[in-house]
Design a protein. Sequence first.
Length: 420
Amino acid sequence: MDLKPPKESVLDRFLRYVKIDTQSQEDVDRFPSTEKQLDLCRMLAEELREMGVKDASMDEHGYVFGTVPSNLPGGAEEKVPVIGFISHVDTSPAVSGSGVKPVVHRDYQGGDIVLPGDEGQVIRVVEYPNLEKYKGMDIVTSDGTTLLGADNKAGVAEIMTAVDMLLGNPDVKHGTIKVGFTPDEEVGNGTKYFDLKAFGADFAYTVDGGPLGDIEFETFNAFGATFKIEGIGVHPGYAKDKLVNAVKIAAEIVTRLPKDMSPETTEGREGYIHPYLIEGQNEEVTLKLLLRDFDMARIEEQKALLAKIRDEVQEMFPRGKISLEVKESYLNMRYKIEEEPRLVEYAEEAIRRAGIEPNHSLVRGGTDGATLSYKGLLTPNLFTGGEAFHSKIEWIPVQVMEKSVEVIVNLAAIWAEKTA
Ligand SMILES: [Zn+2]
């Protein structure tokens, strides 16, 4: 089906949004963590209303929700699940997002891309081999002095453009579509005040992923382990046979961790144990570790390994006291998503209809979609096209953004086709 183009192109929209500083901030008590995120939230609510999404509004926490009503004949409409599309407005606290000057590198001809504002910032093909696939496309970057903010303003622009397309093409039949824009995802609070009932979707997709064609619905199983180590403090001048040094006990534990099971030596489906904090002094030390694996059985092995290390080191230092506690942080979202196979099946079909081969990629971390899925709204993640997130060399091809819009529109239509 030939569709009427959107009133504003996804690129123009994206270029407008990235210029608005929406950086979030770690470790603050207020929500959202920064006022400035609301500048974009308010703007999105207003633009949605201007497009014809009459109920679009921002709630007290900054969440923007809106409804694209079904255009199916009465009776058919009730049978089609309500599908939501979600992205986050904030950008990473890691790199400045103030005064972003986007650069469009037209008709990219291959090779490394040097950013004009800082020649030290180079997007290298060896690091981002996907670049080679995008020859002839237009690549958007920052000028090298800030991040670009494709994470996640690409998703925002793509969803907004898809809404524009759905409203401008009444021949595309779809059920009720909800859109949601959220603050503070980058500081781990994106779903904190997400009102699932007000949002009102049966299923949703976040549009917050990476390269062309990616669907993500597998995250790590994540656990946190804490060793509390008690030594015996004695003046070192008179310490013979008395002192038990908790610092040395902690070091002994860390030394025994397998070298081939750390974040710096693993990738893809491999899990890791990551000691990330040692705190204290010779009398008492706290040692914290992250346990990560896609497979629960291997998490159990990691737990058993830590317990074994605890026992062995305890035997070496019988007068010290070592306790170990392991707590769940989050579970692989796959266990939830598999409850509704149509979510991934239809997403794959939407991607194929856009002429792309879908690719299941793994999230070596958590996502808002994972949290939402465990709260009851099953939410896989779709590609935006962006890469090198959270850095000054963040980049995204315009034509992949256009494909993302197409996939969202296809997905709305497919859910109606299959279930009406
Ligand atoms: Zn993101």
